[in-house]
Structure formats: structure tokens, C-alpha cells
Design a protein around this ligand. Structure first.
Ligand SMILES: [Ca+2]
Ligand SMILES: [Ca+2]
Length: 583
């Protein structure tokens, strides 16, 4: 949820933690995942032309080798960089750069006196399975559908949450829909480790997947995902997005265009499978942020789905009409902030500033319609200190879309979009270059969802690279993926089911309740977070208070080990970007 979740906004609540304790989460996991790995490396490997780095901690050695994974034969040799201290992890580290090794194969990095690194491939499709898995994680989190073995393999399960009988909560009551009115609002993705559906977080998540397709269609046109809809003539990434769009559009009040904040239980479900969670469901308060996030996402969806109007007749037009109706509601209600009702205890996703939501929605509407009415708000300047988007800070998403759709802009306006994007990327690249671990994160970025902070920074670097192909932008984006896949404090892949060492106990109800030892694969966990907001609910301690090591692979740890649809979206995007751009 990026940094602002840590400011008290978010879901999951302490109630979730209390439920966890009630379930008496058996043995604390002091897994190998918690022990610092000797040599830290992207465990999914590299594309042949990738920038390739490993981090080597605590060594006096000055040379390293790369050896063939099978034969042990040395294939590359180089000098380690001078040692430098990374305060975030309290380590002295050296860097091994073997970018010149481009021959496909399986390898390990070797340094005298240390265990070899985890094995890793160099392969032209190194991130194909990862990208597919990260999208299929959404499939596995679909509400209102049974997942068959053909789609979900061992993780097949009955349908949960039909959401065909949802009550209008008192906070959402209107003249035509008084409290208690029953509406139908099925489909959508469960937001995270819980089973509720939130428009604000659905907005950035769905947009990021749509943007991934808009920017890299050739990659996704060939990425089949074994979805229920596969083979229907629509690319599978868009099929997956449509599952959530089908839900989102039901969250608009047809009488006035305003959009409900969330579809939710009154309190979090227990750690049960979806079909065992049967509490009544409600739609809650219409507000400005949710309505604008909806407008932005529907405008983007209209644009991206327009080429598929033969397969999905009328959809693009319907989404645009929904977006414009939402925009009109927001203009008439510019300052309705979400207030969590007293009887609703699920995630808040409250946002106190909506100027960025206006800017993002205006940018998407401008890119889709070309109407001058949206121009001024679309181009409104933001805070230059903001380096990446998050669910509560969406203005950078508008810059990304305007850069992609420059044909809608005058030359002067195109320059006005390029400038902040390139300045931001220069800042991130400079931080990356100066970092002992070669990561674009500042110390302050180790917050709730830190893994998505760095991947959203990578999205911004990619946006800049597509305007101005400076190698440092793409190399810093590669480093962001390297970071979440193993070149990090704990030395593990933060994506379930991918890499030599990865999370085993994410805070994710199906993963805990399904009776299968391995977690549902393809999920990026939140990652190191020294805020440790879940401390009181956890039966085992975090291994460290250091920012980059403050990670706990336990289902109790919603503050470092939950999964979320917005976090995974940045992973889907960055993996596809590297596959498409690294040549
Ligand atoms: Ca905001
Ligand atoms: Ca499991």
C-alpha cells in the first residue's frame, strides 16, 4: 500500500491479528528465509542484456567469479567494488558486476571464503513465468467464482462471496437507494489477505495492469495464462482486468454517478477459505477519492479496450460514459472525504488529499477523449518530492498516461510532461548509483509495502526511459526487480513460489486456510517495514529492527508479509517492462 498506509490509513486491522492469535498460529517460523544469505542475487536471474549485479556482504575478497551451475566451471571473473556500508541493513557490502556475461545458462556467483550464491539463469524469457504467475495471483483472488483444477491446479476451490445481495449501508443511503436497499455487485478481486473489495485500491491496481498492456502489448499478446476466459480473443491480462472492471462498474450509483468506497463485511473474516466466509456485505459511503479513482480507471479501460470492441461490444463506450458521470459527480462534490462508519471495521483506505485524484482522472479522461476541458487539471503540478505513485498519491499515474498518449498534447504540453518525469528519474537514478546495494530506495522508503515502493519507482524509471533511453534508468529499474527477487536484506525472493527461498506464510487467508503447505504462488509480499505495526499480534519477534531486515515470514505479520493487488500490479508491470525493453 506504499508509504501512506503506515500513516494509519489502512486495512488489515488489529482485529485480524487478534483472530490470528485465536487460531494459535502454531510454531513460529525461524525459517532459513530469516538468515542473511551470503551472496545476494536476483534468484530468478537475468535477461541476456540485463545489467547484472550481486551484493557480497562481509568479505575482504576483491575478486569474484561466475561459475556454471552444473559443472562448476568458471565462466566469468571480475573485481568486486570497494566495500561500502548500507545503513538500512547494517552491512558492509561489495558489488559484483557481471553484466558482460550474456550467454544463456545456469550460474552461481562464487567468492572465496563464502558459500556460492543461489543458482540463477541467464535466459531470454527469465521473467515470463514470474509475470504470468503474478497475474494469475489475481485469478486466484477472484471473488464470486469457483476455481477449477484446470485453472487453479492444486489450489482449486469453491466460489466465495457471490455478492449478488449486498446492502446499501446507512453511510451510502440516497433517496432512491435508502439504507438496506439490496444491490448486486459480484466479481472483482479480493483486495489482499482479506476478502473485501475497495475501489480506491482497485483503481491503482487495475490501472497499472491496463497500463502494462497499453505500453507492452506485444509481450502480453503472447502471454497465455490458463484463465477461464482464455481463447476468447482478448489478451489474458485484459481478461483478468475485466474481472475487476465488471465489479467496479457496479459500484457506481446509477442515479448520480458517485461511487461507493468499498464492498465489505462489517469486520474482517477469520482465517477461512472464501466459501466459508458468509457474513452480510455492504457498500459504504460515496466519496470524492473513490469516485475519481473510478473515473480514471474507467477512462483508461475505455481507451485500452477500444481495439477489442468486436469481442466486447459496447464496453469501451460504457466505460467512458461511466468515467464521465463519475467525473461530473466529483466536480459537484469535490471534498467528500471518506469517514469510516463506526460499525465498519475493515480497511480504511482513507485519503485526506484529493487534488492528485483530480489530476489523475483528468489525465486519463484527456488521454481518452482529447477534450480540452480536462487539460488544466491533468497538467497541474504536483509535489516534486514525490518519487513514485501509491494508492493515496496517484498523480504520477497521470504523468505516465500523458507520456504514453503524447499525441493528445501540444508540443509545449508534451514538454511539460517530460520535464517532471525525467527530473524524477534523474533523482532516482542518482540515488541508485550512490546506494551500496544499488537500489533507488531512500531509508524513508522502508514502510508498509516497501517492496511496492521500489517497484513503483521502477515504473517511473521505465516511463522516463521510454521518453529518453538513458541506460541508468533501465538499469535502476532492473535493480528494483533484483531487489524484490533476492538482492535484499534477508537475501530472499519476496514473491511466493518463485526463487530459491521465498515467503512460506504470507498474511493471506486462502494460503493459510487451504491445507496446502506451499502458499498460493505469484504474490509479492509487502516486505521490510520497521514500523512493525503488527508486533503485538505476533507470537514471534521480528529478526531485526533495522529497516531492510525488519521482515517476518509469519501469517501474523500483516505489516511485512501481507499480499495486495496494488503491490502485485507493480510487479506485473516491471517484469513486463524489462522483458520488453532490455535488448
Ligand atoms: Ca490523494
Ligand atoms: Ca497453504
Amino acid at each position: 500500500m506504499t508509504r501512506f498506509a503506515s500513516l494509519g490509513a489502512a486495512r488489515p486491522t488489529l482485529l485480524a491479528a487478534a483472530l490470528m492469535l485465536a487460531f494459535a498460529c502454531a510454531a513460529p517460523t525461524a525459517s532459513a528465509a530469516q538468515a542473511p544469505a551470503a551472496i545476494k542475487i536476483n534468484q530468478l536471474g537475468f535477461l541476456p542484456a540485463s545489467h547484472k549485479l550481486a551484493v557480497v556482504p562481509g568479505t575482504a575478497a576483491t575478486r569474484f567469479a561466475v561459475v556454471d551451475g552444473a559443472s562448476g566451471k568458471q565462466v566469468f571473473e571480475g573485481s568486486l567494488s570497494a566495500p561500502a556500508n548500507w545503513e538500512a541493513s547494517g552491512e558492509s557490502v561489495r558489488l559484483a558486476d557481471f553484466s558482460a556475461l550474456r550467454t544463456p545458462g545456469s550460474y552461481r556467483v562464487r567468492v572465496a571464503g563464502l558459500p556460492d550464491s543461489a543458482p540463477f539463469p541467464v535466459a531470454p524469457d527469465a521473467y515470463r513465468a514470474l509475470d504470468a504467475g503474478a497475474i494469475r495471483a489475481y485469478t486466484m483472488n477472484r471473488a464470486s467464482i469457483a476455481l477449477s483444477p484446470a485453472v487453479a491446479g492444486a489450489y482449486a476451490r469453491p466460489a466465495g462471496h457471490p455478492d449478488t445481495r449486498v446492502e446499501v449501508h446507512a453511510s451510502a443511503a440516497s433517496a432512491k437507494r435508502p439504507a438496506g436497499t439490496v444491490i448486486s455487485s459480484p466479481k472483482g478481486w479480493y483486495d489482499a489477505g482479506d476478502y473485501n473489495k475497495y475501489i480506491v485500491n482497485s483503481g491503482i491496481s487495475t490501472y497499472t495492469l491496463l497500463a502494462a498492456y497499453e505500453h507492452f502489448p506485444a509481450w502480453f499478446d503472447k502471454l497465455g495464462l490458463q484463465l477461464p476466459e482464455s481463447g476468447n480473443g482478448v489478451p489474458d491480462l485484459l481478461n483478468e482486468a475485466l474481472w475487476n472492471l465488471d465489479w467496479m462498474i457496479t459500484m457506481q450509483d446509477p442515479d448520480d454517478g458517485g461511487v461507493y468506497h468499498k464492498l465489505t463485511n462489517k469486520s474482517f473474516d477469520g482465517m477461512v477459505m472464501p466459501d466459508k466466509a458468509t457474513g452480510p456485505r455492504y457498500v459504504v459511503q460515496k466519496n470524492t477519492a473513490a469516485t475519481l479513482d473510478f473515473a480514471a480507471t474507467m477512462a483508461a479501460a475505455s481507451r485500452v479496450l477500444a481495439p477489442f470492441d468486436r469481442q466486447q461490444p459496447g464496453r469501451a463506450a460504457r466505460y467512458l460514459a461511466a468515467a464521465e458521470a463519475a467525473w461530473a459527480w466529483a466536480e459537484a462534490h469535490p471534498d467528500v472525504l471518506y469517514q469510516q462508519p463506526a460499525d465498519i471495521l475493515t480497511g480504511g483506505y482513507g485519503d485526506k488529499k484529493v487534488d492528485d485524484e483530480f489530476a489523475w482522472a483528468a489525465a486519463e479522461l484527456l488521454a481518452t477523449t482529447g477534450k480540452d476541458a480536462y487539460r488544466a487539471q491533468a497538467l497541474a503540478a504536483g509535489d516534486p518530492a514525490q518519487t513514485e505513485p501509491g494508492w493515496a498519491d496517484v498523480r504520477p499515474l497521470g504523468w505516465i498516461t500523458l507520456a504514453q498518449n503524447g499525441k493528445r498534447l501540444s508540443a509545449a504540453d508534451q514538454a511539460a510532461v517530460r520535464k517532471p518525469l525525467l527530473e524524477n528519474a534523474d533523482k532516482l537514478a542518482a540515488r541508485w548509483q550512490a546506494s551500496p546495494y544499488r537500489v533507488s530506495m531512500a531509508d524513508k522508503d522502508f514502510v508498509w509495502g516497501s517492496n511496492a515502493v521500489i517497484l513503483n519507482q521502477a515504473m517511473m524509471l521505465v516511463a522516463a526511459y521510454r521518453l529518453q533511453p538513458r541506460p541508468a534508468y533501465l538499469n535502476a529499474a532492473q535493480s528494483a526487480l533484483d531487489y524484490v527477487l533476492g538482492r535484499n536484506g534477508p537475501g530472499m525472493s519476496f514473491v511466493t513460489g518463485f526463487g530459491a527461498v521465498s515467503p512460506r506464510h504470507p498474511h493471506h487467508r486462502p494460503s493459510e486456510a487451504d491445507g496446502i503447505a506451499a502458499p498460493v504462488p505469484g504474490w509479492l509480499v509487502g516486505g521490510p517495514n520497521p514500523g512493525q505495526q503488527d508486533l503485538k499480534g505476533c507470537p514471534t519477534a521480528y529478526p531485526s529492527k533495522l529497516p531492510a531486515l525488519s521482515y517476518l515470514d509469519h501469517a501474523c505479520s500483516y505489516a511485512s508479509n501481507e499480499v495486495a493487488i496494488n503491490w502485485n500490479a507493480s510487479l506485473v508491470y516491471v517484469a513486463a517492462a524489462l522483458q520488453s525493453l532490455v535488448k
